[in-house]
Write a protein that binds this ligand. Structure first.
Ligand code: B12
Length: 312
């Protein structure tokens, strides 16, 4: 059987049997610029192809974020956590990974390693966003979230590494998905200012497969403060998870709190990736890529006037 027909079989398995919403194949050369320890061959020696795929997140689960942050209705926040971020999407990806890796091994006779899907695993992971980018699924947004033309930011990604040489997909070459010079929504909607204001040339440049993208240098310490509900206003216990002696969490102490929290997590959980991360999601929820404005803003689901952020 020709390699391309095996590739086709695998891709159609991903979309039908594994019920993923998008799939692409990246050849190993596209990972030449991976940081040390995060190259596919660090995980699977002899890896030749990375099969990246995504599960589309249900809009209703994502939109529960509006109720939380616009109406202070915290009871609905679990919906985002369960179905929009860590719960169902991770398990969905985990089962897809399992099924796809078994199928790839069956049809190619090569090794296929399911990559970890998120905080359900206790190990270091490859960057799923870079796998998705390298496999041509889409483009990075300024927020550093990976956007697809079909679903905008509302995707979660998974990947299977294999020693099989599969037919690669081209890099994404459609219309530019993020327009950070005009939009500014993610940076303005970020409650802790973790996403920097767009300044041309000040972002992080990433080149893969001959395609270069620039995305914002998100401050992960600040991002975590919201994601993990470390501010009193954003966790249901009503108390600060951050230490009491930090008095000004919104200003100069913010970096210190982030560092403290990361350290604290490391002690508790041994690795920083595995924590409940469902307290925020504004950058993803309000991102207009994928026609958010038409689908949700104009229907009154959200009342935030994001037009005010726009540079025409
Ligand atoms: C830990 C983690 C977090 C941490 C962030 C810590 C951090 N430093 O990244 C916290 C809790 C803050 C977080 C927040 C969110 N996360 Co998160 N997170 C992860 C997780 C589990 C690991 C990411 C990681 O290891 N980061 C470490 C940094 C160093 O890696 P990186 O930014 O991906 O890559 C850097 C380098 O390593 C290097 N690099 C790495 N590999 C390669 C390869 C090549 C070829 C090149 C050139 C470079 C390169 O380039 C980057 C710049 O240095 C991933 C799952 C995964 N395995 O990818 C999800 C993931 C990134 N998160 C995701 C999501 C959805 C979110 C939130 C929206 C959740 C929410 N609250 O609603 C926010 C988004 C915030 C934002 N603006 O991006 C999705 C993103 C989906 C998407 N559409 O892009 C992912 C991919 C999970 C998934 N399975 O889909 N997250």
């Amino acid at each position: 059987m020709r390699v391309s027909s095996v590739t086709q079989m695998i891709k159609s398995f991903v979309l039908t049997e594994a019920r993923m919403d998008k799939v692409g194949i990246a050849p190993i050369e596209r990972f030449n610029e991976s940081p040390e320890g995060m190259h596919p061959t660090d995980f699977l020696p002899g890896c030749k192809s990375v099969i990246a795929f995504c599960t589309r997140l249900p809009d209703g689960a994502i939109d529960s974020t509006y109720r939380t942050f616009e109406d202070n209705y915290y009871d609905v926040h679990g919906i985002y956590g369960a179905y929009g971020y860590v719960g169902a999407p991770n398990y969905n990806l985990m089962w897809a990974n399992y099924k796809i890796s078994r199928f790839v091994e069956k049809v190619t006779g090569c090794t296929a390693m399911p990559e970890t899907a998120g905080p359900t695993h206790g190990a270091k992971m490859m960057s799923m966003r870079h796998c998705a980018f390298a496999a041509g699924l889409g483009e990075f947004g300024w927020s550093s979230i990976m956007l697809t033309p079909e679903f905008g930011p509302r995707n979660r990604f998974g990947a299977v590494l294999t020693t099989a040489e599969l037919t690669p997909d081209p890099m994404y070459n459609g219309p530019k998905l993020c327009e950070p010079d005009k939009c500014h929504i993610c940076e303005k909607m970020c409650p802790t200012g973790a996403i920097p204001p767009y300044v041309e040339g000040q972002g992080r440049l990433v080149t893969t497969g001959g395609k270069t993208v620039e995305y914002g240098q998100t401050n992960w310490a600040k991002c975590r403060i919201m994601c993990h509900g470390t501010r009193q206003a954003y966790n249901e216990s009503g108390g600060d998870i951050i230490p009491r002696d930090v008095t000004d969490p919104l200003n100069e102490d913010l970096d210190n709190i982030g560092r403290y929290f990361v350290k604290h997590e490391n002690v508790r959980q041994n690795f920083h990736q595995h924590n409940p991360t469902w307290k925020c999601g504004n950058c993803l929820t309000y991102c207009p890529v994928g026609n958010w404005r038409e689908r949700f803003y104009d229907t009154g689901l959200s009342e935030v006037d994001t037009n005010q952020f726009k540079d025409e």
